[in-house]
Design a protein around this ligand. Structure first.
Ligand code: GAL
Length: 376
């Protein structure tokens, strides 16, 4: 063979092997030349019992569909086998990228292996998926800071600290009780750690007293973040630790759904008006925003699900076009196997005065929705 033919053969082999490689590994969800209409994104959400996940699911779907992609959106009713099955189906139906908010962060390793085998990139949505090498990206908020913000809101509500971080007038001692989320959700640990780091000095110096003595996360956690579970635990606390006439002054709650259960228990026990304990929250769910507006709940932490959905879409589109999504944190989220590159969004504390500027003026809710306590 002459040299020209050899060279031509060589470059053909090289081109072939490059073509083979370009379909490999994370980030290869789409095939070159595929139009958005040929690509499907599987979106797996945990539950429809909480309005935030409905908003998340809708936002992700709308934003992807606006770009022309097909979307396979499923809710799992907070049931782990259902979510596993739904993700399995997304894979067999040929999803090109998966966006998953896990119910149990450790329960999807099998599905994620199947996704990796099928070269489907996986984006963990808000909740980190643990114990698997096959998580390609994580979009969330700064979850430790959420916990710090919740504890700070409790201190501000009690008057121990001012909104600008200065020492407040109130000295205490105040009786507080602590709640955490579901232990199988990685976020629950970040929220609680952030909160406890902030509260510890005040517990240590006696400003805050946890009368029940329950300060360990496994004692204060509520399985599946259920409102009824929180109501039951608050009722039990009132019976066991506050039956001597002492009053609860504040409750650290990491999520609005839990806060509503806690508030119901407190109201049923006769707490009213000025003596109503300071109760924190998270997610700015509409029913809780109304409770804040009515002066019942003290605060919530607003996490703009529109921005989270947007980041998930940006990451998904990067994978579909063979690019690596841009992370802004490559240290914090070790899932037990590897550090997952993450994009973390900031959070905002909302007290009564912040409802208008933060939630209404930004178009997240209308004034009518806040007044009604119902969205839509
Ligand atoms: C967490 C999430 C919170 C809250 C909670 C209960 O994973 O970060 O914002 O929604 O689940 O749904």
């Amino acid at each position: 063979m002459n040299r020209k033919i050899l060279a031509a053969l060589g470059s053909a082999v090289l081109a072939l092997s490059m073509a083979a490689c370009s379909g490999e590994g994370a980030g290869s969800g789409g095939n070159d030349g595929d139009k958005p209409a040929d690509l499907t994104i599987g979106v797996s959400m945990p539950t429809q019992t909480s309005e935030r996940w409905i908003a998340d699911g809708n936002s992700v779907k709308e934003k992807l569909e606006a770009k022309g992609y097909k979307v396979d959106l499923q809710y799992a009713g907070d049931d782990i086998p259902t979510q596993s099955q739904q993700v399995d189906q997304m894979i067999t139906r040929g999803a090109d990228v998966l966006i998953i908010a896990a119910i149990d962060g450790t329960a999807l390793s099998g599905q994620l292996q199947a996704a990796a085998d099928a070269k489907i990139p996986v984006i963990a949505y808000d909740r980190l998926i643990r114990d698997s090498p096959n998580v390609d990206f994580y979009v969330s908020f700064d979850n430790f800071k959420v916990g710090v913000a919740q504890a700070t809101a409790l201190l501000v509500g009690l008057g121990v600290q001012t909104k600008d971080g200065a020492k407040g007038e109130a000295k205490g001692p105040f009786n507080v009780e602590l709640f955490a989320g579901s232990l199988d959700d990685n976020n629950a640990h970040f929220f609680f750690n952030g909160a406890m780091e902030t509260l510890k000095p005040f517990i240590d110096d006696g400003t805050l007293k946890v009368k029940s003595g329950q300060t360990a996360i496994d004692k204060v956690a509520i399985l599946r973040w259920q409102q009824e579970g929180a109501q039951k635990r608050m009722e039990d606390l009132l019976t066991s630790s506050y039956n001597d006439g002492t009053k609860v002054d504040g409750v650290l709650s990491p999520y609005d759904g839990l806060s509503r259960g806690i508030i119901t228990a407190l109201q049923n026990a006769g707490y009213r008006g000025a003596e109503f304990p300071v109760v924190t929250g998270q997610d700015a769910e509409i029913a809780s925003v109304k409770l804040i507006d009515d002066g019942v709940q003290s605060s919530t932490i607003f996490k703009d699900t529109r921005l989270l959905a947007e980041q998930a879409v940006i990451a998904g589109e990067a994978f579909l076009t063979d690019k690596t999504p841009q992370a802004n944190d490559t240290e914090t989220y070790n899932n037990g196997v590897k550090v997952v590159p993450s994009y973390l969004l900031p959070v905002q504390t909302v007290y009564k005065d912040d409802i208008k500027p933060v939630l209404i003026d930004s178009g997240y809710f209308t004034a009518e929705e806040v007044a009604a306590g119902q969205a839509g």
